[in-house]
Ligand binder design. Structure first.
Ligand SMILES: Cc1cc2nc3c(=O)[nH]c(=O)nc-3n(C[C@H](O)[C@H](O)[C@H](O)COP(=O)(O)OP(=O)(O)OC[C@H]3O[C@@H](n4cnc5c(N)ncnc54)[C@H](O)[C@@H]3O)c2cc1C
Length: 591
């Protein structure tokens, strides 16, 4: 049986470079905000990071899965698996965490889309460990957008480097998808600070031994606010209240009460956090916490989306290597005494190509969403910024949900490629599937992303931005039709575009009348948009290689494969998306 290949991660730098280009990195780098950066610097940085991910982070992955984070009930302390603290220290020292933050706050000033490529490689190397910086970076964005000068001075320098880490504390036993049910409350204290009390569950990296301080961003209810989400505010509650010189000072009144036992990401502690009159600071407006928290959540949604291609890529690399070495059966025409490597069997080749194209297409959709965010924030004209913001808003739920679903499909296929050896832990591929399973759940379940898409994002500005996206796709389909090598791509892409256009009109009309009908097809609609956007960008990727014969041949082949294997389901998805709610009436409720 193949050995568990713990450290073998090969960063797909060429694929990432191509995806950045197709997603619009050149336009982002042309903005005044990024005048100190050029494409060559991005390439060097990603190369260095890839090496770091492969050589320093990936070797910690198996120990993290096998041993997991450990809890000491006597002290409430959490210890991380072997190698995590050292790898994290080296990550902080090398400055990777600061890459995409503004230079005035000690960052490297790179675009967010480059930061997302970094996160993807980190997550491929060790998904559990990579969650720690994802949360810290989200907290930095929140403080940049909503913190006051004192908060920025006290917290940003150490969060930007990763010397201190952060958490996002939303979920409670009765408040999961519906944060309007949050009970944790905050009362004003005498010194302008707040007393925060309550229990938060499922808090990722809520307690650990890798950073000198942990900054919790807690969603809580303060007096005087309306019920529901409109009465919520964000409070910054540090594990150690910083002293006058900024050093971690007095321990705060909070503790990790236990860790969850879970299916995957064993190296990432999932904590029940108890706050008992803990000292906190209000961040952003009182009773305006959801808007502030969404700054963190929207970016975290793309980071979690990146776990999709990250696990798909890692599983693909493992499964392809296994399939090249495992011999079983023989291809027709070959002597039975000479078993073939299973990669020669068409069905195995199909599975591997599906994994690869899901990783490629997911990466493209994610990077487009992120690059749109960069254009939205820093675009040269009002019109550029409006379009950037709108595409970022529209594509974020799609990128989170479609890409994490693809991660699950790809890791499951990877396990299938291994046959029985995939189902036992020794080969390591099972970890990919177990780790991948959380991504469609946390950071807003994929079902909630679908609701967000059809209820808020698609109807925005009377559907103007979906229509704009449909226009972009039509242009690419027409360009692809001029290339005979892209025959299946152009044909299926045009069909999928029409299917998405039809479903969109239905969503816009029906949503105004019978919301339940639209909600019943929301997940299918999201998948339809994800697949169509993925097919569009796969075609763009092939067209971008037109002048490089060998590259074009492969990219066109991958685009055609994706079109037939994944995108061709668009018509069926459109049918599901528009089937209405009546078909659900046959469900029998227990009891
Ligand atoms: C390992 C792990 C790490 C996590 N990390 C964090 C963290 O760091 N911080 C944090 O705050 N939380 C964290 N979470 C919590 C996570 O975000 C929630 O589990 C998730 O948002 C879903 O909430 P829930 O579990 O209460 O499920 P529920 O809200 O009970 O949902 C159950 C099902 O019902 C569906 N559903 C619910 N409401 C609707 C609706 N209105 N329309 C359609 N479908 C609906 C959901 O899609 C889901 O399928 C973590 C969870 C896990 C397991």
């Amino acid at each position: 049986m193949a050995e568990r290949a713990a450290g073998s991660y090969n960063p797909p730098l060429d694929d990432i470079g191509e995806a950045l280009e197709v997603a619009g990195l050149p336009a982002v780098l042309a903005l005044a905000r990024f005048s100190h950066i050029d494409a060559g610097m991005v390439k060097v940085v990603l190369g260095e990071l890839g090496r770091f991910a492969a050589e320093v982070i990936a070797p910690t992955d198996t120990a993290g899965d096998r041993q997991g984070a450990r809890y000491d009930p006597a002290t409430g302390a959490v210890s991380t698996p072997p190698g995590f603290a050292d790898a994290y220290r080296r990550y902080v020292e090398s400055g990777w965490g600061a890459l995409q933050f503004p230079q005035e706050h000690g960052g490297g000033g790179f675009p967010s889309v480059v930061g997302l490529a970094l996160q993807e490689m980190f997550a491929s190397a060790n998904m559990a460990l990579s969650l720690n910086p994802v949360l810290t970076q989200g907290a930095v964005e929140l403080l940049l957008a909503w913190g006051d000068d004192n908060q920025r001075r006290a917290y940003l320098p150490r969060l930007v480097t990763g010397e201190w880490s952060a958490t996002m504390d939303l979920t409670e036993p009765d408040a999961g998808s519906d944060l309007g049910a949050v009970h944790t409350y905050a009362e004003p204290g005498p010194d302008g600070r707040w007393d925060v009390s309550g229990t938060k569950i499922f808090i990722t990296w809520g307690e650990h031994d890798m950073a000198a301080n942990i900054v919790h961003l807690v969603l809580a209810r303060a007096p005087g606010g309306p019920p529901g989400t409109k009465g919520l505010s964000v409070f910054l509650v540090p594990k150690f209240v910083p002293g006058p010189g900024g050093e971690p000072g007095t321990p705060n009144s909070l503790r990790c009460a236990r860790l969850e036992e879970k299916l995957g990401i064993h190296g990432a502690p999932t904590c029940v956090m108890e706050y008992d009159h803990a000292r906190g600071e209000l961040v952003g407006p009182l009773h305006g916490g959801m808007r502030a928290m969404f700054t963190m959540m929207n970016l975290a949604r793309l980071s979690i989306g990146a776990e999709g291609p990250a696990v798909a890529e890692r599983a693909y690399q493992q499964a392809a290597a296994y399939a090249a070495s495992r011999r079983q059966g023989h291809r027709p025409g070959q002597p039975a005494a000479q078993p073939s490597p299973i990669i020669e069997h068409p069905d195995v080749a199909r599975m591997l190509l599906e994994m690869r194209t899901l990783a490629l297409a997911s990466r493209l959709v994610l990077y487009l969403a992120s690059a749109s965010g960069d254009l939205g924030r820093h675009g040269a004209t009002e019109a550029d910024r409006a379009r950037g913001h709108a595409y970022f808003d529209l594509l974020t739920p799609v990128a989170k949900a479609w890409c994490t679903s693809n991660g699950l499909i790809a890791t499951s296929l990877g396990l299938q490629v291994y046959g029985g050896a995939g189902y036992v832990e020794e080969t390591g591929i099972a970890q990919r599937l177990r780790d991948a399973r959380i991504a469609p759940i946390y950071e807003g379940t994929n079902g909630i992303q679908a609701v967000d898409l059809v209820v808020r994002k698609v109807p925005k500005d009377d559907g103007r931005w979906v229509h704009s996206l449909l226009g972009d796709i039509a242009v690419t389909a027409a360009r692809a039709a001029d290339q005979k090598e892209l025959g299946p791509t152009s044909e299926v892409l045009a069909e999928a575009r029409d299917a998405l256009a039809g479903a969109t009109e239905w969503v816009l009309e029906r949503g105004a009348e019978t919301l339940d009908d639209v909600l019943a097809g929301a997940s299918a609609y999201l998948e339809l948009m994800g697949a169509t956007a993925g097919g569009w960008l796969m075609a763009e990727r092939a067209l971008a290689a037109l002048h490089d014969g060998a590259r074009f041949e492969v990219a066109a082949g991958e685009s055609n494969f994706f079109a037939v294997e994944t995108l061709a389901s668009a018509r069926a998805l459109a049918r599901q998306a528009t089937a209405g709610a009546e078909r659900l009436a046959v469900l029998r409720r227990p009891g």
